[in-house]
Design a protein around this ligand. Structure first.
Ligand SMILES: Nc1ncnc2c1ncn2[C@@H]1O[C@H](COP(=O)(O)OP(=O)(O)O)[C@@H](O)[C@H]1O
Ligand SMILES: [Mg+2]
Length: 269
């Protein structure tokens, strides 16, 4: 475990020398909630599905408080650097990216003064819709392939949290991410919905090239590592590859058995 901590510290030091332009080149959003945002369908989630998938809505719970802290740290970093688009990724699968993204959505629902948009870009393993127990006709992959308008596909989890999920695995995720129109589609969504923060749940970096290809459309990336499972080499390699394409915001060490706290999240820069 000390090795893992040391690797995270080392990555942090290396990151200090990495600078990339942030969100400042894009238009600053207005404060008012756009009508497009309010028009998104509000879904009722299945609490039982969420509990089973470790998503904590209860404001009073200890687990929810860890995600509120993570949300605050993410917002601090975004404010400091002028970032707005955050990719959540990991070296390999099952580190907890989707669980963390879903909990961040629940956490932003508890802080209503920021509009948060969560987009499922892990189009090979569409998990967010399962986590929220939401069945729908269309997927975000249909938006990227311009078969469906974002307005008819995205939904709202709460007043200030919008989510775009996938229902089935897309047959050609790499092609969708690499196509020329993808950047323009993301820009248009940002322009029309004016979220304060966009979070993208993406595939693992060491398994497919999808995330690295998408990073040029993002401001920064948060890396999720699973304690006891992710190796220091994997963190190192993932961090290096991500840092070549975007700012690395930090590493979340998930599933920490050694932690004093009951649940097992640790957040390091
Ligand atoms: N802190 C945690 N403690 C225990 N199990 C966890 C934790 N975080 C995630 N999991 C479980 O690990 C599995 C993989 O998580 P998931 O979020 O789907 O990973 P990824 O999106 O990185 O592939 C899921 O069954 C999830 O419920
Ligand atoms: Mg996932």
């Amino acid at each position: 475990m000390e090795k893992l901590q040391a690797a995270i510290e080392k990555a942090r030091e290396q990151r200090k020398t990495t600078t990339k332009s942030g969100a400042t080149e894009r238009a600053t959003r207005g404060a008012a909630t756009p009508a497009n945002w309010d028009a998104l369908e509000m879904i009722s989630t299945r609490a039982s599905a969420m509990m089973k998938k470790r998503v904590f809505e209860d404001t009073q719970s200890q687990e929810a408080s860890y995600f509120d802290l993570l949300r605050t740290k993410i917002l601090q970093q975004c404010r400091e650097h002028g970032w707005r688009r955050v990719v959540v990724t990991s070296p390999t699968k099952a580190c907890g990216k989707t669980t963390i993204c879903a909990n961040l959505a629940a956490s932003f629902s508890r802080q209503t003064d920021r509009r948060m948009m969560l987009i499922d870009l892990d189009m090979r393993r569409p998990e967010l819709s399962k986590v929220f127990g939401h069945r729908a006709e269309h997927s975000f992959s249909d938006v990227l392939s311009q078969k469906v308008a974002f307005a008819d596909q995205a939904v709202r989890l709460s007043e200030n949290v919008a989510i775009s999920m996938n229902q089935t695995p897309a047959p050609n995720p790499s092609k969708l991410i690499l196509q020329d129109s993808t950047g323009g589609i993301i820009d248009q969504i940002e322009r029309e919905y004016a979220p304060d923060i966009m979070i993208f749940d993406t595939p693992p970096v060491l398994v497919t090239d999808d995330t690295l290809a998408f990073l040029k459309h993002a401001d920064c990336a948060l890396i999720v590592a699973a304690a006891e499972t992710t190796t220091t080499d994997q963190i190192d390699k993932c961090e290096k590859e991500v840092a070549e394409n975007a700012n690395v915001m930090g590493v979340v060490l998930n599933k920490c058995l050694y932690n004093d706290e009951a649940y097992g999240y640790d957040y390091k820069y």
